[in-house]
Structure formats: structure tokens, C-alpha cells
Ligand binder design. Sequence first.
Ligand code: AQP
Length: 327
Amino acid sequence: MKKRIFSGIQPSGNLHIGNYLGAIQNWVKLQKEYDSIFCVVDMHAITVPQEPETLRRRTIEIAKIYLAAGIDPKKCSIFIQSHICEHAELGWILNTITKIPELEKMTQFKDKSAKDSRESASAGLFDYPVLMAADIVLYDTQLVPVGKDQKQHIELARTLAQRFNHKFGETFVIPEAYTKKESENIMGLDDPTKKMSKSAKSEYNYIALNDDAETVRKKIKKAVTDSGSEVVYQEDKPALKNLINIYSLLADKTPKEVEKLFAGKKYSDFKTELAEVIIKFLAPFQKKIGELSDEKVLAIMEDGAKKVRPLAKKKLEEVKKKIGFIV
Ligand code: AQP
């Protein structure tokens, strides 16, 4: 039996190359070996305010990105989270075994609620990691390919699965996070101390997957660099390290090979080449997205939901029986 992986992305903004390199690129590789379930997590997206029409459009866009990146619907199940109501039901049940301090210490909640004000943060944003735990354990997931920012949430999913099993008997598989060192944390172009983020205030923080060539050139030109002039891959040069990482991941080279390629050259030479590497990656990707119709994508997502629904129903029924609900 193949091991199972599950992961998802929120339709909460323009996807960026951090999402691609940190998550989607790994999914495409893993789908060959694993029984794969990929979700568009719209219920997570509404934990911060969303304009309904934009949310609908972005949900379809994310599915197109999955397909254009090479996620194969014949090998994997792709669906929309809100189409499987068991996610919310299991989330509620897991809430009852989650302790408030466990959620209070979540870095992502602290960061996101600090962006506006804690007073205006929703209870949904606070509870987000519990719904994420439900998404994962509902499908007996063994591996969750994510970026570094999500590792703390996976830890909570493990804790809740173990706690439930301990209290009610063996029910959930204990999931593990899957990350890749070089791509787990792509940093902001305007601030290499913070992760690249789709909700960043400035568009100069990220390269969006739908950026055109001129925008990419402009953003890379403006990207911050470190003091010095040599193109070197070093811990004390975080901006450069981040740009070299992006180059090496998209051009399929090691950071050392990139360093060699630009030995004796200036930052500006490296940046010009980096922009072209990104454009070369984005152009065919964007073309594929443009060729996918909304109808086709929605049909694929409906098929995906049909495949996973029996798994979700079965697991939730088992959970309900164990906690004493009449089913
Ligand atoms: N900068 C990043 N480097 C590597 N991986 C990243 N991911 C996100 N940012 C980076 C990974 O992409 C997936 C998307 O998950 P999400 O939609 O739940 O978004 P997120 O983790 O909250 O991060 P975003 O995309 O930047 O959104 P905002 O701005 O809303 O925080 C996850 O696997 C994530 O780890």
C-alpha cells in the first residue's frame, strides 16, 4: 500500500514562487510515490476577510495552478475543502480536545493578528490550526508536504491525533511534516528576515506566479542585497542566499554551482540573469494556466471530491462512534 500525503493552499491572495517552491514543486515529485490528496482550502481563507467574488475566482485559479504545475488528477485527488463537510465537523470535535494555550502560542496567529489588530482578529483565525489538523487526520495522512511556516501547525495535528487516540482508542494516523531544506523558507525580496508572503503589504515582497516579464525584472532589480559585491552563498548574507536559492531551485543547480557561475561578476549581472531564469519558468506555466477552462477545472475538483468523500465519511463515523454520538 502506498503511503498517503495531504496538503493544501488557501485561495487568499496571489500565489508566489515561495508557495510553488516550498509546497507545490514537492507535491509534483511526491505524487509518483504517494497516494496524494491536494485541497484548495477555502475554509481557511475565510479566517481573514475575503470578497466573495474574488474568493470564487481565486479558488479556481489555485486549482489551475496545481494542474499547470503538473499535479496529475489521474494519480491524485484534487478538491475544494468546503465540498467535504466532514472537515468542519471533525474540526469541531478536535476543538473540544484542544487547549487554548496551545493555540495562543501559534506563531502564525500572532503574526497575522498583529498585522491589523488582535481585537479585530476572528475566532476562525485563532482556530485555524485545529481545522488544519482535521484536514490532515481525516484522511489517515502520513506525510504533509509544507513550507517551514506550517511545521508548528503539523506539530499540533500530531498532538491532537495522539491525544484523541489515547482518550478514545487507536483512530488516527500520526502525521509527519515533509519539508526540503533549500525550499522550506523562501524569504521576502524586500526583507530577507521574513518569509515571502502573499498577504505582504508591498508587492515588492514576492514574485507572483502571474507576474509578467517586466514586473519580474522590476521586482528583482529592486530586491534588497547585502553589503559587499561578490555573489556568495553565506549565512551572513541572507538576501543573497535567498536569491541564490531561488535561482538554484528554478534552474536545477546547486547553490555552489550558481556561485561558480557568477564568480567575478557583479550583483547586477546576477540579478539580470535571475530575472530571466524566473521569466523562463513562469512563461510556459502561465500559458498552461491560460489554456485551462473554469469548467474543466471544476469538473476535476468535483471528481476529486467524489474520490475522497467516502474516506472522510468513514473516518468521521468512526470518530463519532468512539466519542459516544449516535450514528
Ligand atoms: N515563503 C515561503 N517559503 C516556502 N514555503 C512557503 N509557503 C508559504 N510561504 C512560503 C508554503 O506554501 C503553502 C501555502 O500555504 P497557505 O496558503 O496556507 O499560506 P501560508 O502558509 O499562510 O503562507 P502565504 O502563502 O504566504 O500566505 P499568507 O500571506 O496568507 O501567510 C504552505 O505549504 C506553506 O508552508
